[in-house]
Design a protein around this ligand. Structure first.
Ligand SMILES: Cc1ncc(COP(=O)(O)O)c(C=O)c1O
Length: 364
């Protein structure tokens, strides 16, 4: 059986380093906002090529804190992709603003810049592109639209640690970016975690306060903040794993290349890489006409798969009753997308077995 993802296998190569890191934190006697967090923030900012990194408790908080930091709230609108994990929408809703969905280009599954202008109103404050499945969105075109309308660009980079767009890393492609370190991400912790990267020093200073009860000096609370911090243990673990992120992303790229060759002549629609984009293959998502039947046959043939995502945000109970535009592409994708096993540990032989199982399941 080739599982969709095995987190124990993801972390096994780092076990010794992680154990040392955990022991170091235990011995330090300092567990929140200490040296490990500070060091990780420096290292992750440098990795992304951003001036500042503010670590937080999770990716959803990272997104909503950026919105709060820019003063986006009730009465404001934020453009989001119609096909994304619901956190992108929830971040907008949590600050009291309204998510305005725009459809993707079905070939890349990323926000289609040509559709954005039609969704802009006098209330629009920001565009929040998602680098979905690890492929950077078309940031140049998105920036053009944003500049024409005076909008912020906030990257949802939760799935794209290390991805590049025309040579620049995710996390440095907009005004600010949100990352998640949920265990299954390309850079995953042993629990929840998140971070914001930005070159905007004022925003960074505001966010450092907001994440820590609105305080930069103990027991002085200048703004109404929250408690959203990455703890020392997770920061120490992430420092270990960050050192191997590029190697692991290269391993994912090799898996993707093997899939792209092995499945090229099948009826599946394979993921397309846009010009200038260097994806990090958080997920390898194919599109199949009879997706559910294929998924069932793959399971019988010993391959685990998942669907990202089976129900678009506007169809969720959380967003029932909203006045959403017609979103046929998102509704089509939820019926056709299928994520094949993707992880840095996958061996050539295992990928060959997945390819063989897919071909057998499709009778090609
Ligand atoms: C696209 C996207 N945005 C935001 C998030 C939220 O991150 P977290 O689970 O750390 O809150 C995730 C992952 O869960 C995601 O995939």
């Amino acid at each position: 059986m080739i599982e969709f993802l095995n987190l124990k296998r993801v972390n096994a190569p780092h076990e010794a380093g992680i154990q040392q890191a955990i022991q170091r934190v235990l011995d330090s006697g300092w567990y929140i906002l200490g040296q490990e967090t500070q060091a990780f923030e420096h290292e992750f900012a440098a990795y992304c090529g951003a001036a500042h990194c503010i670590s937080v408790a999770n990716g959803l908080d990272a997104l909503q804190l950026i919105l709060r930091g820019y003063g986006i709230g009730p009465g404001d609108e934020v453009i989001v992709p119609s096909n994304t994990f619901i956190a992108t929408w929830l971040a907008v809703s949590h600050v009291g603003a309204t998510p305005v969905p725009v459809e993707p280009d079905p070939r890349t599954c990323n926000l289609d810049p040509a559709r954005i202008a039609a969704a802009v109103t006098p209330r629009t404050r920001a565009i929040m592109p998602v680098h979905l499945y690890g492929q950077p969105a078309d940031m140049e075109e998105i920036r053009h639209v944003a500049d024409r309308h005076g909008l912020r660009v906030i990257e949802d980079a939760a799935q794209a640690h290390g991805a590049r767009y025309h040579g620049r890393r995710a996390g440095q492609l907009g005004d600010a970016a949100a990352f998640s370190f949920y265990p299954g991400k390309n850079l995953g912790a042993l629990g929840d975690g998140g971070a914001i990267t930005t070159d905007d020093a004022d925003l960074a200073a505001r966010l450092r306060k907001i994440r820590n009860y609105g305080s930069s000096v103990k027991y002085e609370h200048e703004v109404v903040g929250i408690n959203s911090r990455l703890d020392e243990l997770q920061a120490a673990v992430l420092r270990v794993k960050l050192q191997h992120l590029d190697t692991e992303n290269a391993a994912r790229r090799a898996v993707a290349a093997q899939y792209l060759i092995g499945l090229a002549d099948t009826p599946l629609a394979l993921p397309q890489v846009a010009p200038g984009a260097e994806p990090v293959w958080h997920l390898f998502v194919v599109q199949a006409r009879e997706r559910d039947a294929l998924q069932a046959r793959l399971l019988q043939n010993g391959v685990g798969t998942l669907v990202h995502y089976p129900k678009a945000s506007h169809l969720q109970g959380a967003y029932a009753g909203g006045r959403w535009p017609a979103l046929p592409i998102a509704e089509q994708l939820q019926e056709t997308v299928l994520s094949l096993p993707m992880a840095p540990y996958l061996m050539e032989e295992e990928v060959r077995m997945v390819v063989a199982a897919v071909r057998k399941s499709l009778s090609v």
